[in-house]
Ligand binder design. Structure first.
Ligand code: GCO
Ligand code: MN
Ligand code: MN
Length: 392
């Protein structure tokens, strides 16, 4: 038995648009055939995935009649049943149609804003019908090039209005959905509003139904902004807002590469898996592990499934290494919290005048403390040795 083989408990999911990606890029035509969603379900199940996610248009082509839609959904549901896959997350394509060229919820045109809400409600219904529990909002076109066209504050208010409306509508419908907001700094717009997970976390606090809204951070997007993905995810976990996650790989300073998870910046990938799995003793992230990435343009159909299997295998390999790293007695000793009984009354508990006075009076040997070496080189080297498998 391969201990890295994916199991349902791993909660690995892929979007129809990820393994269904045809390899098209701004410079070249597709290199792979369009696959039927039912085939993707079959192939993903064979690879050991647990779930499949979708945009409305990934499944039901734009402009389909009600009868066409129902037939497509019926076939898709049968495929899910036959192959034992679920749909944990759904989302709306608010970026491909020309009407969204200047955004959807933030557009200056009220007709576009109304259409965006209408399309999202229809897409939410589809997601709910398929059993999705998380609904992702990625505002890929909510941004600008000619910034004078719109005050960013107006854009933010429009996005808040749209989310407040959609939250209220879901409650009214009795849907038990949670919304997950996905940030990205740029691409396809020159600048996208709410560019990082940190921006999103603050924006959520302004919403009327903030309890039902969290984030869907993506490795590539935070890396494009030059930020630590692990820190972004940790902050989301710290405030109970990590509702979903998009796993892939990315090199800083480049276009949105959406590479196979772990294929770049292995150290960040290791630290991320360690965080999500809680191997250092912290709470584990229990949601889907979604791969929002696609195979290289060099790949044919077989290469796509090698890409999918590799994504899950890498996650599980990193999980084992993270467990071993955190079980290493030497590591535990090195990162154990410093105990200093003298400091406890100064730092613990709420504010009090007595505590403020005690702090003012405390003596610390500033020079000696400043001169102490922390041995993080040793710790980091040990981590690399675990990652490279020479310390198991
Ligand atoms: C991207 C985004 C998308 C979203 C998807 C779901 O950069 O293209 O990551 O893949 O995740 O649209 O909302
Ligand atoms: Mn992306
Ligand atoms: Mn994404």
């Amino acid at each position: 038995m391969d201990s890295f083989a994916p199991r349902p408990a791993d909660k690995f999911s892929f979007g129809l648009w990820t393994v269904g990606n045809t390899g098209r890029d701004p410079f070249g035509h597709p290199v792979r055939a369009v696959q039927a969603p039912t085939r993707i379900v079959e192939k993903l199940a064979a690879c050991g995935a647990w779930g499949v996610n979708l945009h409305d248009e990934d499944l039901v082509p734009f402009g389909s009649s009600a009868a066409e839609r129902d037939a497509i959904v019926r076939d898709f549901r049968r495929a899910l049943q036959d192959h034992g896959l679920c749909v944990p997350m759904a989302t709306t394509n608010l970026f491909s149609q020309p009407i969204f060229k200047d955004g959807a919820f933030s557009s200056n045109d009220p007709r576009v804003r109304a259409f965006a809400l209408q399309k999202t409600m229809t897409a939410i219904e589809l997601g709910v019908e398929l059993g999705a529990e998380t609904y992702v909002f990625w505002g890929g076109r909510e941004g600008s090039e000619a910034d004078a066209c719109r005050d960013p504050r107006v854009a933010l208010q429009r996005m808040k209005d749209a989310l407040d409306f959609l939250c209220a509508w879901c409650k009214d419908q009795g849907y038990r959905l949670r919304f997950a907001l996905e940030a990205k700094p740029n691409e396809p717009r020159s600048d996208i509003y709410l560019p990082t997970t940190g921006h999103m976390l603050h924006f959520i606090e302004t919403l009327a139904h903030k309890e039902m809204v969290g984030v869907n951070p993506e490795v590539a997007h935070e890396s494009m902004a030059g930020l630590s993905f692990t820190h972004a995810v940790a902050q989301a976990m710290w405030c109970g807002k990590l509702f979903h996650i998009d796993l892939n790989a990315q090199r800083i300073g480049r276009y949105d590469q959406d590479l196979r998870f772990g294929s770049e910046d292995l150290k960040q990938a290791f630290l991320l898996v360690r965080l999500l799995e809680g191997t250092s003793g912290t709470a584990r992230y229990e949601g889907p592990r979604h791969f929002d990435s696609h195979a290289y343009r060099s790949e044919d159909d077989e290469g796509v499934w090698e890409f999918a299997r590799g994504s899950m295998r890498t996650y599980n390999m990193l999980k084992l290494r993270a467990q071993q790293f955190d079980a290493d007695p030497q590591v535990r000793a090195w990162i154990a919290e410093r105990k200093d009984a003298h400091m406890d009354p100064l730092l613990a508990g709420p504010y009090s005048k007595a505590r403020a006075q005690a702090l003012r009076a405390a003596q610390m040997d500033v020079a000696a403390i400043g001169a102490e070496g922390l041995h993080y080189e040793r710790l980091d080297q040990r981590m690399l040795e675990h990652m490279l498998g020479v310390r198991s």
